[in-house]
Design a protein around this ligand. Structure first.
Ligand SMILES: Nc1nc2c(c(=O)[nH]1)N[C@H]1C(S)=C(S)[C@@H](COP(=O)(O)OP(=O)(O)OC[C@H]3O[C@@H](n4cnc5c(=O)[nH]c(N)nc54)[C@H](O)[C@@H]3O)O[C@H]1N2
Ligand SMILES: Nc1nc2c(c(=O)[nH]1)N[C@H]1C(S)=C(S)[C@@H](COP(=O)(O)OP(=O)(O)OC[C@H]3O[C@@H](n4cnc5c(=O)[nH]c(N)nc54)[C@H](O)[C@@H]3O)O[C@H]1N2
Ligand code: SF4
Ligand SMILES: [Mo]
Length: 709
């Protein structure tokens, strides 16, 4: 099984051939969706992972990445023990250290930072459930600077746009009732490539049921292949389409008048504003024919209120993303889908009290990411704001970064800016499982046990079925890796913060919490999940129709935005288009990989070990290119990618190219065979900051093609 790295042969045997010797219920972490899983052992070794049938998120089925999760345990690229830098930052030269040495080094430097600059000078970047004990240690230490790219490089603008409109965001997992939608509109959301398990399962049931699907994407995505209407929009013009759709619904009186009368605020001002945005106005901008705009608007109206315009997730596209998300929210409001079956349901969670910790110290200064409230509607911390504070020393110096499970060099736009900030630090710590790009810049690298080797905090998502889930170890770590909770606890102890960790082992912590809610921890360990009682999901099931906006209503016209100097009703802004000979770089998901975190997984790498660049076939022909040829992409600043294989296809417009994110690794410690393909993260140097909330629009990169000799 050399192709699959260190994978034992039996891991590839036909499933079910021989009896598994043990099973452990746990939670997948190949992405942060947190599906309930059951891991099987054979001869004491990790054999396979399947869905946990009791778990409402997975309903017994994992996505391909989750199934391939065993490969994370057998990944030959893994960090094996703590490392301390020798040589310059970024040279990726290390000496092996003991945990005692590594953690004492970090604690000594953190104590010095606290004395010299205050605890706020330390920032934590984190992604996923595993980060919760690092957050706890950092709060106890006294810093408010805790951020994740999953806010300002992903879903932040969406939740701001929805909150401005309905008074609430769409949360994770999204409260979208795809399961019951009669019409589902996907704007970019590439379900089927985006493999968020629950949504993909609901989407496939919707297809089976014959739901009417409308897909808006410059690229004929997997979802587009299932659509009744596919709208190949010109990139960056979705706002024009949304405005025109709303224009049709209002003009033809197809919207839910009763719902708008009952719950809407400022509808008349909204309607007056929207009157100018006819389908004929939108046509030259979007490239979508007026008749198609009208037909699709009517299709949505026919199915309302079970007409769901999906809010998307990764919406940081063009810098006006919160307003575009608000337009999506308003379109849903016209269709009456919020709080209605087949639209947006009201989620619930099991109520488990927090652990009775002492109070955290109050930071003396507010967080540094958004000085002077420059981005007035930011309701999460901005990674890019912390990066800027680190580089400029303003509003106060940030001198230490702790980076947990987030590859900032691939995830944040403009890698050079990130490196410049890192050079200002007195301390840079990375907690990772492989020697990733970001780990390459650390002073101290701490190897974490992978999710199948550790406990994490309880999983308490808000969902249509309330539940609590447990991640627990299935196998031991192969080397000197340690679980995050242990690392965060040891570090706190060395910082003199042991009063924040009254428990010794995480099982004591978990048991205390679960039992304080009157539930059985032993049952949770056995089944991996405990369901709570179902609650009403929709207004007509008894959910009170309350909107937490200032007016207490759905804000068609937003006095909040107006007061802050922004458009109270969304408007269209034209975005720069690529110059002749250049293409807009678009990116998305590979169905068998997560971000930049799975390319070294031997099982998933066997399925796909490099990405491709999608290029319109007619254009490819002009360049003399065919599928399988290799090109490099060069951005307008002159940054050039690794060679990447061409996919010449009619499935993409001629003004853009597309690739999946996460490939083209450059870290020294990753074996060369896992570094194939090109990195979108390397090419995205230009970005547009959202003036409402500080998210970074990253679809602003133009590339040209460099042919391989
Ligand atoms: N397999 C897998 N699944 C994942 C992940 C993963 O890593 N792997 N990551 C998860 C995460 S964190 C997120 S946030 C989601 C992201 O997934 P989504 O939120 O579904 O994806 P987007 O980033 O919106 O979209 C990429 C799609 O938008 C299209 N697009 C690009 N520009 C435009 C435009 O201007 N207009 C329109 N209408 N479409 C455009 C692209 O062609 C592509 O099809 O995926 C999640 N699911
Ligand atoms: N150019 C570009 N930028 C993007 C995106 C894009 O598509 N293109 N997508 C955006 C989106 S939607 C999001 S949500 C963010 C996500 O971006 P990130 O938050 O960076 O997410 P990942 O790529 O999952 O980063 C995971 C890092 O954690 C490490 N890791 C994996 N498993 C573990 C573990 O068990 N423990 C620890 N300690 N570390 C682990 C991996 O090796 C990797 O270094 O990126 C955003 N930025
Ligand atoms: S969506 Fe896939 S990778 Fe993510 S948690 Fe679920 S099974 Fe795992
Ligand atoms: Mo994301």
């Amino acid at each position: 099984m050399s192709a699959a790295g260190g994978l034992p042969a039996f891991a590839h045997d036909a499933l079910g051939k021989s009896e598994a010797l043990g099973t452990v219920a746990t939670i997948c972490d190949v992405c942060f969706w947190k599906c309930g899983a059951v891991a099987h052992l054979r001869d004491g070794k990790l054999w396979k992972v399947e869905g946990n049938e009791l778990d409402p998120l997975s309903e017994g089925r994992l996505c391909p990445r989750g199934t391939g999760g065993v490969g994370a345990h057998y990944d030959a690229n893994r960090l094996k023990w703590p490392l301390i830098r020798k040589g310059k930052r970024g040279q990726e030269q290390w000496v092996r250290a003991t945990w005692e040495e590594a953690l004492q080094t970090i604690a000594d430097r953190m104590s010095k930072l606290k004395a010299d600059y205050g605890p706020e000078s330390m920032a934590l970047f984190t992604h996923g459930l595993g980060g919760s004990f690092f957050k706890h240690t950092m709060h106890a230490y006294g810093t408010p600077n805790i951020a994740a790219p999953s806010y300002s490089q992903c879903r932040g603008p969406r939740d701001v746009g929805f909150t401005l409109t309905f008074g609430e965001g769409v949360s994770t997992p999204e409260r979208t009732d795809i399961a019951n939608a009669g019409c589902l509109v996907l704007i970019g959301s590439h379900l089927g490539e985006n493999m968020h398990n629950t949504q993909v399962q609901e989407f496939s049931h919707a297809i089976e049921r014959g739901a009417s699907i409308i897909v808006v994407d410059p690229r004929f995505s997997v979802a587009a292949g299932k659509a009744k209407h596919y709208l190949p929009i010109k990139p960056g013009t979705d706002m024009a389409l949304l405005l025109a759709w709303m224009n049709v619904l209002v003009k033809e009186e197809l919207f839910d008048k009763e719902y708008v009368d009952a719950y809407g605020y400022g509808f008349d001002a909204f309607a007056a504003h929207i009157a100018q945005y006819t389908p004929e106005w939108a046509y030259p901008k979007t490239g979508i024919e007026p008749s198609v705009i009208r037909e699709t608007a009517r299709e949505m109206a026919r199915h309302r209120p079970a007409s769901l315009v999906h809010p998307g997730r990764h919406v940081t596209w063009y810098g006006d993303d919160a307003q575009r998300s608000r337009a999506i929210a308003l379109l849903n409001a016209l269709l009456g889908s919020w709080g209605r079956k087949g639209g947006f349901y009201y989620p619930a969670s099991v109520d488990i009290p927090a652990y009775p910790y002492p109070d955290y110290p109050t930071p003396r200064r507010p967080k540094a990411d958004n000085p002077g409230n420059k981005y007035p509607f930011a309701d999460g911390a901005l990674t890019n704001g912390i990066r800027e504070a680190t580089t400029t020393g303003k509003p106060y110096p940030i001198k230490g970064w702790m980076v947990y499970a987030t590859n900032l060099l691939e995830a944040m736009p403009n890698r050079e800016e990130t490196i410049r900030a890192i050079q200002e630090l007195d301390l840079m710590v990375v907690v990772d499982v492989i020697p990733s790009e970001i780990a390459g810049w650390a002073d101290v690298v701490l190897p974490e046990s992978i999710y199948l080797e550790r406990h994490d905090d309880l999983h308490l998502s808000w969902f249509r079925q309330p539940f609590v889930g447990l991640r627990q170890p299935v196998v031991e770590s192969p080397n000197d890796q340690k679980p995050g909770w242990w690392i965060a606890r040891e570090l706190a102890t060395k910082l003199g913060l042991e009063s924040f960790y009254p428990w010794k082992h995480i099982e004591d912590y978990l048991r205390t919490r679960v039992e304080s809610a009157g539930l059985s921890f032993d049952e949770l360990k056995k089944h991996g999940v405990i369901l709570g009682p179902k609650e009403p999901l929709y207004f007509d099931e008894g959910v009170p129709a309350e909107f937490y906006t200032p007016s207490g209503k759905i804000e068609f016209y937003s006095p909040q935005l107006e007061a802050a100097g922004f458009d109270p009703v969304p408007q269209f802004t034209a975005h720069e288009q690529p110059p002749p000979g250049a293409f807009r770089l678009l990116y998305g998901r590979s169905p068998v990989h997560s971000f930049s975190r799975t390319q070294t997984n031997p099982v998933l790498s066997e399925m796909e070990n490099e990405n491709e660049v999608w290029l319109n076939e007619d254009i490819a022909r002009r360049y003399g290119l065919a599928s399988g040829d290799y090109v490099r992409l060069k951005n307008s600043e002159g940054t050039t990618s690794n060679p990447v294989r061409v996919k010449a296809t009619q499935r993409i417009r001629g003004d853009c190219v597309y690739m999946t994110h996460g490939f083209g690794h450059s870290a020294r410690g990753i074996f060369p065979k896992y570094k194939k393909g090109a990195s979108d993260g390397q090419l995205i140097t230009k970005y547009e900051v959202d003036p409402l909330m500080g998210g970074t629009g990253m679809n602003m990169t133009f590339v040209t093609l460099e042919l391989e000799a």
